[in-house]
Design a protein around this ligand. Structure first.
Ligand code: AMP
Ligand code: MG
Length: 408
């Protein structure tokens, strides 16, 4: 950790990437107000954070259950030739008991008849009239799910604070829950700054740019489980910036784009400071996104994201996404990382962790950098599907080396 003297006399820490992420997670977990709650149906539960844990309503499975199509037998009879005394299908029950030298034909998911302690797969048997023959040795418990082996009645299936996906929806459904109590989505204000920034509907002059950041951030916020609120963009004027920030701070989180560098017309930090903001950091040793700002004002967290489109998008994914998830009530917000092999040699200057647009190919096995013209290059980002993560401690990677990747 170092210190930044980007605009103020007070020293604000400068962190390495992982340190800065830890600061974001710690501060939000310590200071967040939990959102109010509402009920959601199963169809809308994925992407929401569960407020009340969901428990199993019965032992799963309630009875010992066959894991295969085949024959229910006594393991002590194997291998051998057994008399087939009946059949049980999924949803049915075999009324009798499997005696010595006997077998009951059984289907996957059917309850195992009394007396039997093993299932022999149908593929490992031969029918001979009313008998079934198998070479398989006895194996007590083979291909049987004992009662309660998956979960016990009243056991927690999905803990409170889980950001749910389709598997959690299955767990809810399996427990008979048609609704779940979830947290409301945090409302996330998006405020773009810059004299050159014009609305997407407007035709820009050659010195203007369309406000792509607000829309990228809105999509990212929504994916993270937040409700985006795009505010009108603001010009590079300290007073106007301060007023716009004030209205942004009435939301659960404020995302600012642009105006956080060391330029003469970068007014975001002075405007925040004038509103009494506490800055947790205002520089991170990453690229893109080095001037990233994180703090709290008027009881709300804010991020000042650098305005270059790739910086804005990357810093949101690296920091803002976790913030939205935590403000949505999630108990944690891990960074989705995977490893791939580099398709080519790669060299960079250590000291900054770099996030470079890359393409994962071969079902994610290899990653290759996408050539780009720098942080403003949305076209290159659109050709990429991920970011390579180049360590701040390592200068050279060879083709075939493992490297971390953040998929989009
Ligand atoms: P800044 O971080 O304010 O210095 O902005 C850096 C560069 O990012 C600017 O020169 C713009 O070209 C670009 N930029 C800033 N804001 C936006 C925006 N809302 N949408 C698209 N590009 C932007
Ligand atoms: Mg600017």
């Amino acid at each position: 950790m170092g210190h930044s003297l980007k605009f103020r006399m007070t020293r604000v820490p400068t962190y390495r990437f992982q340190e800065a992420r830890a600061v974001v997670l710690e501060r939000i977990l310590a200071l967040r107000d939990m959102p109010r709650t509402e009920m959601t149906g199963l169809i809308d539960a994925a992407g929401r954070v569960l407020m009340e844990e969901v428990r199993a309503d019965r032992d799963q499975p309630p009875l010992p259950r066959s894991m295969r199509d085949g024959f229910a037998v006594r393991s002590s009879d194997l291998p051998g030739s057994l008399r087939v005394v009946g059949e049980v299908r999924a949803g049915g029950v075999f009324a009798g008991e499997v005696g010595a030298g006997e077998a009951v034909e059984i289907m996957t998911g059917a309850p195992v008849p009394r007396g039997a302690d093993q299932i022999v797969m149908v593929e490992h048997t031969a029918r001979e009239g009313g008998r079934v023959v198998t070479e398989k040795p006895g194996k007590p418990g083979g291909f049987i799910n004992p009662a309660g082996s998956e979960c016990r009645a009243n056991e927690v299936l999905v803990p409170a604070g889980t950001l749910m996906d389709f598997v959690h929806v299955a767990a809810l459904a399996s427990a008979g829950a048609t609704q779940a109590r979830v947290y409301r989505r945090p409302r996330v204000a998006i405020l773009s700054t810059g004299d050159e920034v014009v609305p997407v509907e407007q035709s820009p002059t050659e010195v203007q740019v369309r406000n792509s950041n607000a829309w990228a951030l809105a999509a990212q916020v929504r994916r993270a489980g937040g409700e985006p609120v795009i505010l009108p963009s603001v010009s590079d004027n300290e007073e106007a910036t301060r007023r716009a920030i004030e209205s942004g701070l009435t939301h659960d989180l404020l995302l600012l784009s642009g105006g956080v560098s060391a330029g003469k017309y970068d007014f975001v930090e002075p405007a925040l400071a004038a509103l009494g903001a506490e800055f947790y950091f205002d520089r991170v040793l990453i690229q893109p996104g080095q001037p990233l700002v994180f703090g709290r004002a008027r009881g709300r967290f804010f991020f000042g994201l650098p305005g270059n489109p790739s910086s804005t998008m990357a810093t949101f994914e690296l920091f803002g996404r976790a913030a939205v998830q935590l403000l949505a009530g999630a108990s944690g917000a891990p960074l989705p990382l995977l490893s791939a092999r580099l398709a080519h040699d790669f060299r960079h200057k250590p000291g900054l962790t770099r996030f470079l647009p890359a393409r994962l190919a071969g079902d994610g096995a290899t990653a290759a950098l996408v050539p780009w013209a720098g942080s403003s290059d949305i076209a290159a980002m659109a050709r990429a599907n991920s970011w390579l993560v180049a360590s701040d401690e390592r200068e050279h990677y060879a083709a075939g080396d493992w490297i971390q990747v953040i998929p989009r």
